[in-house]
Structure formats: C-alpha cells, structure tokens
Write a protein that binds this ligand. Structure first.
Ligand code: SF4
Ligand code: SF4
Ligand code: FES
Length: 245
C-alpha cells in the first residue's frame, strides 16, 4: 500500500515544519510501524517515543489526522499528518512528559499514609468498601498517555492552579483509595474554579475501562458538585459527560 506521511519535525527553539515521506508498506501496518520504517530507512533524526507496542504504556500518544491516539494501535491510511500532542514539546512527536508530571505534582496534595488502610476499610460498610475497591481498580487502568491532558481547554502547564484532567484523575484515585486521602474542600474549590465539565478530556481516552469517565462521574456526584456546577459567563451551568464518545 502506498502511503504519504507528513510528520511534524522541530524543537521548542526551532521553527518546526512538516516533512513528507512517500513509501510502500504492508496494509496491516500500524502507524508505529511507519515511524519505525522512516527512522530506520529514511531519516534517523526523527524522534518518537514508544515502549510496549501493544497499547499498554501510553508512551506513543500523538495526533494523527487530527485525532489524538496511540500510534501503536492506529491503523495506517493512504495519507497521514502526524504531530505531537498539544503539550510542552521536546522534539518532533515527543512531548515533555516529565514537565507535565512535575507540574501536576506541584499542585496535588500528598497521598495519605498507607498504614491506615485496614482501619479505613473497617470504618466502611461492605457495600461502600466493595464499590471503592472496584472504582479504585478502574481508575488505575489509566496508563498516563496524556491525551486527556492535551485536550483540556483549561489546562496550561504554566498555570499553578489546575492540575488538568490527569491531575483530576489522580485526585479521584486518592479519594477512592481508603489508604490515601479524601477530597478536601481545597481540592473541590480548585476543580470548581478550573474544570468546566466539558468532557473533552474523556472523549479520546484510549484506556479500555475509561478511567476518566469514572473520575468525572464521581466528581459529578460528589456532594459539593465540584465539576458540574459552576459559573460560565455569569450563568451556572451543569455539564454532562457523554459516555457514548
Ligand atoms: S485517563 Fe485516559 S487519556 Fe488520560 S492519561 Fe489516562 S489513559 Fe490517557
Ligand atoms: S471536563 Fe473539560 S475542563 Fe474539565 S478537565 Fe476535562 S477537558 Fe478539562
Ligand atoms: S507503544 Fe505503548 S501504548 Fe503504544
């Protein structure tokens, strides 16, 4: 199959540009296979990142024909335009994951003390502890691809106030894990002030169990309604997360 691939190449300090490669490849190839071929046969200066090749590590997330996705599970098309996620860039398709994690860490509170886990479970009734365990498991199926973070209209890596959807997910992980910590008033105020509940972050989450849908659901039903009720243009709006996307 003949394919034409336009790939963004550049660094934060250079003027980036799209470079085009035309090649003949097996129709069963994934986009990651194409990147490998370009690197090995056409352009060893191309930078891209991956680890598992089977949609588990989240490292190969990029934007392909305007859709944020995993290069290792995205099938090829006759013409493709490939660029990095809209997050701080290192080079070409490689984003600065460390910078994003550090930024989230600066904003988020520390998890609680793991020694409390048995006491915390004993304080709950059976239904609550069962639900919390199920939620915890589903929330930890996130493999930190950062697609959600790149899609959020309210996230900026230089904004000290909002940790973005991935930070929001980490907060709900802590909240659902009795060994860690519940959401505080401060967390809720921060989320209410920043997240507009638009659901754009969850739309392209490639994780099978959709952890971010659950995180947004949990926040929606939190007594303080942190995410769903807020002021937009002077009006209080309630946004739903569309589970079908
Ligand atoms: S919640 Fe989904 S989109 Fe966000 S980092 Fe985790 S796996 Fe990726
Ligand atoms: S719901 Fe919208 S504003 Fe809130 S974290 Fe997701 S993308 Fe950002
Ligand atoms: S290489 Fe691991 S998710 Fe694509």
């Amino acid at each position: 199959m003949k394919v034409k691939v336009n790939i963004y190449k550049g660094t934060p300090d250079s003027k980036g540009k799209y470079v085009t490669y035309n090649m003949d490849v097996p129709p069963t190839d994934m986009v990651l296979d194409i990147l490998e071929k370009i690197y090995h046969e056409y352009d060893p200066s191309l930078s891209y990142r991956y680890a598992c090749g089977i949609a588990r590590c989240g490292e190969c997330a990029m934007v392909i024909n305007d859709v944020p996705c995993l290069a290792c599970e995205r099938q090829i098309e006759p013409e493709m335009t490939i660029r990095p996620l809209d997050l701080p860039l290192i080079k070409d398709t490689v984003i600065n994951r460390r910078q994003v994690f550090d930024h989230i860490k600066e904003i988020l509170p520390e998890p609680g003390d793991i020694d409390d886990i048995y006491d915390s479970f004993e304080e709950m009734d059976e239904d609550t502890s069962h639900r919390k365990i199920e939620n915890s498991i589903r929330l930890t199926t996130c493999f930190e691809c950062m697609i959600c973070q790149s899609m959020c209209p309210r996230y900026r890596s230089d904004d000290q106030g909002f940790p973005g959807p991935l930070g929001l997910l980490f907060l709900t992980q802590m909240n659902e894990n009795p060994a860690q910590r519940p959401l505080s008033e401060k967390d809720l105020d921060m989320l209410a002030a920043s997240c507009v509940g638009c659901g754009k972050c969850a739309r392209f989450c490639p994780a099978e169990k959709k952890p971010l849908h659950l995180a947004l659901e949990l926040l929606k039903h939190h007594p303080a309604k942190a995410v769903t009720a807020h002021m937009v243009d002077g009006k209080t709006t309630v946004q739903e997360v569309d589970e079908s996307v």
